[in-house]
Design a protein around this ligand. Structure first.
Ligand code: UTP
Length: 478
């Protein structure tokens, strides 16, 4: 409960930052509403948000202050040969077997582009059985637990908005066979949404600020404030295998990646990333680059067109390595990053959004037709430059990247389902099964492989009931 002193402080904070409109209706509010509003105001991280407000924040909001003036050089990704892969796999599996690795899924955000009413993790993620995305990863973790013979913890970051729905979805589905005690669900933080033109903080209601989730970079702080980081360190977890909820092809726990991440020849063991070759210069993924000798990811909109299109002598893109948002993070590294004395603060990014709001001057709710607001976020990849030596591992897109971001077109469920069936077919073919293909090379069948059956083609060979051949048009779930 906010005290009288707290109410005064909230009012003072708003006025001092030129946000008097937040408290203009203060006296007409009932006690409960006023307390709620005061709590919202006190929850704002004012020193972080203030530079984006009012006249002074105008350049930041309009992106005039954005863009990289720094000299960028392309980053090189490690492409290990079979011998290196085998050694890394053995090392990674040993660490998994000792229970030193937890899976971490960022599943907050707003999912505006997908237009799905529930949390993204409840979206049907697979082509035939329509398994929810949460189930796809739960099954991968179950298989790893059975293979390595240890509990493997699953950390799920939600947003304040989808936290309750995520908890009940997992509970209603019996956590898809994982023990509830092995799952930690924790919400990310928020920042206030800001009116693009005026720099005023937007309201959601007469007594409520309009907040937005603080970006996937918020996972670092959320791990700390929820106590989950301490809990994991207490359990002896050293590596967090982090991925996004919307990529069903992801390998939630990849022993090869883990082995390389822990190999001092390639990495300081703090933060490693996977990369795929960009499909074309304009593909909307961040690229790995070096800046002042340090590795980082440059967002696609910050990479000037001419730089994105630059080619090497081999004809490939100079900045070819695109981020698929798959990282390994050392728990000690996360602890260092969240230490206020470390000087490791993730930069805040502002993105334009169309955001409904409550106008205290008219007392009406406004549904804008055009982007009207700035949402402030941090990105997990911005932690990379704080690592001493950070590995980028080259990865085959067809094996590991088929995100479901949009309701239609590119990166939609349709494109992801197609890629999942392509990968399943390729695995079957490498296990000696004949898969029917059309004249253009596309697969003439619908195939889905459960994460419980196989995590790679090598597992398929061990399956007893594998068919020798698939008929054209056949639907098959393995
Ligand atoms: P996206 O960048 O696709 O954002 O998130 P989004 O909120 O899901 O969707 P849009 O942009 O509104 O359409 C990439 C991943 O990061 C997580 C998402 O859950 C997804 O796994 N994320 C994003 C968070 O956990 N928190 C955030 O604040 C933003």
């Amino acid at each position: 409960m906010t005290t009288t002193q707290g109410l005064g402080l909230a009012r003072d904070l708003a006025e001092r930052h030129g946000q008097g409109h937040l408290v203009a209706g203060w006296d007409s509010l009932g006690e409960e509403a006023r307390t709620a509003l005061a709590e919202d105001i006190l929850a704002i991280d004012w020193p972080v948000v203030a530079p984006w407000l009012g006249e002074e924040g105008a350049a930041r909001r309009s992106h005039a202050a954005r863009g990289d003036r720094a000299e960028l050089e392309p980053a090189v990704a490690l492409q290990p040969d079979d011998v290196q892969r085998r050694a890394a796999r053995a090392a990674g599996e040993a660490v998994l077997r000792r229970g030193r690795v937890a899976a971490l899924t960022v599943a907050g955000g707003q999912g505006t582009r997908l237009g799905w009413s529930g949390p993204k993790g409840t979206f049907p993620g697979t082509p035939i059985t329509g398994k929810p995305l949460f189930r796809v990863f739960a099954e991968q973790i179950r298989r790893a637990r059975d293979r390595y013979g240890v509990p493997i913890r699953w950390l799920i970051m939600t947003s304040p908005e989808n936290d309750a729905a995520t908890r009940s979805f997992l509970a209603d589905n019996n956590c898809f066979g994982l023990p509830r005690r092995d799952i930690a669900i924790f919400p990310q933080g928020v920042h206030p949404s800001i009116d693009l033109a005026s720099g005023r903080i937007l309201m959601a209601d007469r007594h409520a600020i309009a907040f937005n989730p603080d970006g996937h970079g918020g996972v670092l702080r959320a791990l700390e404030t929820s106590g989950v980081l301490d809990g994991m360190i207490g359990l002896g977890v050293e590596v967090l295998s982090s991925f996004q909820i919307d990529n069903p092809l992801v390998r939630a726990l990849d022993p090869v990646f883990i082995g390389l991440h822990l190999d001092a020849a390639h990495s300081s063991g703090e933060m490693s990333s996977k990369a795929v070759i960009k499909s074309q210069p304009g593909e909307r993924v961040g690229v790995f680059a070096r800046c002042d000798g340090r590795l980082r990811v440059v967002e696609y909109m910050d990479l000037p067109e001419a730089v994105a299109a630059r080619r090497d002598a081999d004809g490939g893109l100079a900045f070819r390595w695109g981020s698929i948002a798959v990282h390994l993070l050392g728990t000690a590294f996360v602890r260092k990053l969240v230490d206020p004395d470390s000087g490791a603060t993730l930069p805040l990014h502002g993105a334009m959004r169309k955001m409904p709001y409550f106008d205290p001057a008219t007392g009406r709710r406004v549904e804008p037709a055009e982007p009207n607001a700035i949402k402030l976020e941090t990105f997990l990849f911005d932690a990379i430059p704080f690592a001493e030596k950070s590995l980028v591992l080259a990865t085959d897109r067809r094996e590991e990247f088929a995100p479901i971001k949009n309701s239609r077109g590119e990166d939609s469920a349709a494109t992801s389902y197609r890629m999942q069936m392509e990968r399943a077919s390729a695995w079957l073919e490498s296990a000696g099964v004949r898969v029917p293909r059309r004249a253009d090379g596309s697969v003439d069948a619908a195939i889905e492989i459960s994460p419980l059956s196989a995590s790679g083609p090598e597992d398929l060979e061990a399956l007893a009931a594998l068919p020798g051949e698939i008929r054209p048009g056949q639907r098959l779930v393995i």
